[in-house]
Design a protein around this ligand. Structure first.
Ligand code: FBP
Length: 700
């Protein structure tokens, strides 16, 4: 029987405070949505023109020239004001247009403002123009699923994170059939232009669509989106054209706030190492920015690990005329040693806690994993082509996949010419845990990328770290440093002489600093042996409780908490930097369209400088493409930018490593960036990476 509501409930629900408290929109959100981002100077004019910037040049890939002949010779274009345009130009600029826009790939904060900027510019140029949003990513183009954007809809998402207005997807328009369907959609909607907001792969797609739709007169413009920050464009002369994709700053700030909170917790509770994996499929830009924002104790940078040289190995073969190639690049074993070194040193300084940041894509930079990824890509790609089927459908469970690999290894034994997967590969692969095998064999995304976000990278790394710490414990190396005053007090309370026992218990009793128990003492048994040998304990006497307490305190327990920061930061509302950046990208897109450009990516030059120096530009996409291995074959794609180890941002992090590790008694050097704020300055101005990379480190 339905129960009748308690008396007065209706009145309670209508109370203004209840209405305010339960509304979907709170005052902060309202303020955010009403914010009108400033416009770059050039947009003060009703018309803009494009000035080809001949000073920029690119090294064009021959395959890109062959496949993209209509757009390969595009130039960098700088937007300029057109204060008194001639009437025909003005008429064309303001003509009625239909423009379609699509989000492609993972969400990135600021995407809605690209739409808002474009929508405002389109409507200001001609109120009768229409903007369509394709639903669910590129599938919306292929299947003609679109919604016409109204002012109400656009207003409801201004300055808000996510891509929820029209949603997104990862479909790649990579077949003749999908291209034909996309052209048909554009024709049916009478589109003048299509805007693809996406990462490296989606901008690659945009270039191919621009080429395919050239004859139809449909312009295609790309927009550099990805939290990974790996769309950073320079010309062949090293001049920066796009310093950062949008969404990076907001995601990095969101991750940094969470990591910084863990630094606070960790240094309060002093019992956990927090292992934080942060997104970024391959490049470690996000981890680098998090390091700069938080000063976490350990931050791995994949690109740096790949650059590792084991000097001891080179030393061993010095003079023999041989080169030990295994000395170059990081192995999983080395990696665990690097992390353990930091953990052990902090423990010696009395800090058996800390925060380590691990980039999601770190394994891509580890020698043996990279080899596995490439080999498995080739095997899966070849299987699909040869059998015209799908490897993952044919071998749905791990055991079936492993059995297929075993068959390949047998084939390699029978036929030396077959080398893609040999017995050694199979043995090595069988040595890694099943969850990681599964991860490495997992289906690639539609663009052929290895899906690092699906792999428990932190678990792999942590497993190795735990194993090695166990060894270091057995060797007596991993010890917690003890306060001298605490040691004295503990022994004196028990009526024992601290100076008598000190030299037997500790390796540094006569020096300064925290006390470190001798390496030989790794158990109660060995403690007893040392005391007996020194004549401080009779053979059959019980261990004094105070000495046991000292030993136990010096024996660190490695307790961890594992975190993954990715999807949360991707869904954050944008920082003020990203709000302004993306709104101006939207305005830039319209200027490119109104000036007839196609195959260009909208960008803002000088992002690293103050807003009044930002310059909207168009960057040609085709000349940025190169051949890359995807699904086992070479594919033409936009080049990803990884962390440049010569750039100031990395050099600063490298130089501060020791300080931020803080393997000395005393406070840590954590930095608190705070949450993303919509008001206020500094943190929200721009990524620290950009600020540092804009510095010219050469002496005057
Ligand atoms: P984009 O390159 O499409 O912007 O996506 C980046 C990213 O967020 C990576 O950081 C992450 O590895 C991946 O997407 C996760 O993909 P999915 O959303 O398919 O889980």
């Amino acid at each position: 029987m339905p129960q009748s509501p308690p008396p007065g409930l209706e009145t309670l629900l209508q109370h203004p405070d209840v209405l305010e408290a339960t509304a979907n929109i709170n005052p902060e959100l309202r303020e955010r949505m009403q914010y009108a981002p400033p416009r770059c100077e050039v947009f003060a004019f009703a018309c803009t023109t494009l000035r080809p910037a001949e000073e920029y040049y690119f090294e064009v890939d021959a395959e890109a020239r062959r496949r993209l002949p209509r757009i390969i010779d595009n130039k960098v274009q700088v937007l300029a004001a057109a204060p008194s345009p001639d009437p025909s130009f003005e008429a064309c600029y303001h003509k009625k247009r239909n423009v379609g826009i699509v989000f492609s790939g993972g969400p990135a904060p600021g995407g809605h403002n690209v739409i808002a900027g474009l929508f405002d510019a389109v409507r200001e140029a001609n109120p009768e123009s229409r903007v369509f949003g394709f639903l669910m990513g590129p599938d919306g183009i292929v299947e003609n699923e679109a919604v016409e954007l109204s002012a109400e809809l656009v207003d409801a998402y201004r300055n808000l994170g996510g891509f929820s207005m029209i949603r997104t997807g990862r479909t790649k328009i990579d077949s003749q059939e999908k291209v034909a369907l996309s052209r048909e959609t554009c024709r049916q909607l009478r589109l003048d232009a299509l805007v693809v907001v996406g990462g490296d792969d989606s901008n690659t797609n945009a270039a191919f669509l621009a080429e395919a739709m050239h004859a139809d007169g449909i312009q295609v413009i790309g927009v550099p989106k990805t939290i990974d920050g790996d769309i950073q464009v320079r010309d062949a002369g090293g001049r920066s054209l796009c310093a950062m994709s949008f969404g990076f700053h907001s995601a990095a700030r969101s991750f940094a706030n969470a990591v910084s909170n863990l630094c606070t917790d960790s240094s309060s509770d002093v019992k956990y190492w927090h292992i934080c994996k942060v997104m970024g499929r391959v490049a470690s830009h996000l981890a680098l920015e998090v390091a700069l924002q938080t000063h976490a104790n350990i931050t791995l940078i994949g690109e740096d690990l790949a650059d590792y040289v084991d000097r001891s190995r080179l030393e061993k073969v010095r003079g023999s005329g041989e080169t030990d190639y295994t000395a170059y690049g990081m192995t999983l074993r080395h990696l665990s040693r690097v992390i353990c070194d930091g953990i052990v040193r902090r423990a010696a300084a009395g800090k058996n806690y800390g925060v380590a940041v691990i980039p999601e894509g770190v394994l891509e930079f580890i020698n043996e994993i990279q080899v596995f990824i490439i080999k498995l890509n080739t095997i899966i790609g070849d299987y699909n082509t040869t059998h015209d089927t799908d490897f993952h459908l044919d071998f749905p469970v791990l055991e079936d996949k492993l059995e297929y690999l075993r068959r390949l290894a047998r084939r390699a034994r029978e036929n030396e010419a077959f080398s893609v997967w040999n017995t050694r590969d199979d043995d090595l692969f069988n040595d890694i845990p099943a969850f990681f095998q599964e991860g490495l064999l997992m289906e690639r995304d539609s663009h052929g990328n290895f899906q690092f976000s699906q792999v428990d990278t932190e678990k792999v790394v942590l497993g190795l770290v735990k194993d090695y710490l166990k060894i270091l414990k057995e060797k007596g190396v991993y010890k917690l440093g003890l306060e001298r005053s605490w040691y004295r007090k503990t022994l004196q309370r028990a009526g024992l002489d601290p100076d008598g026992y000190g030299p037997v218990l500790f390796r540094n009793f006569d020096d300064d600093g925290l006390l470190l128990v001798r390496e030989a003492i790794i158990s109660q048994k060995t403690l007893r042996q040392e005391l007996t040998r020194a004549g401080l304990l009779a053979e059959d006497a019980p261990l004094p409780a105070a000495l046991l307490k000292v030993y136990e305190k010096s024996d660190p327990k490695f307790k961890t908490q594992v975190h993954f920061y990715g999807y949360d930061g991707r869904g954050n509302d944008p920082t003020r930097f990203d709000c302004i950046y993306t709104y101006n990208l939207g305005l830039t897109v319209f200027s490119l369209i109104a000036n007839g450009a196609t195959g260009q990516m909208a960008a803002i030059r000088n992002l690293e400088l103050d807003f009044n120096r930002w310059e909207p530009i168009g960057i040609p996409i085709a000349p940025l493409m190169h051949l890359e291995e995807r699904k086992g074959r070479l594919t033409l794609v936009l080049e990803k930018s990884v962390v440049d180890l010569q750039n100031p941002a990395f050099l600063v992090v490298k130089a501060c490593r020791e300080k931020w590790l803080a393997a000395t008694p005393g406070p840590d050097n954590y930095r608190r960036p705070g949450p993303i704020r919509f008001a206020g300055k500094s943190e929200e101005n721009r990524p620290i990476t950009l600020v540092l990379n804009a510095i010219d480190p050469r002496p005057d």
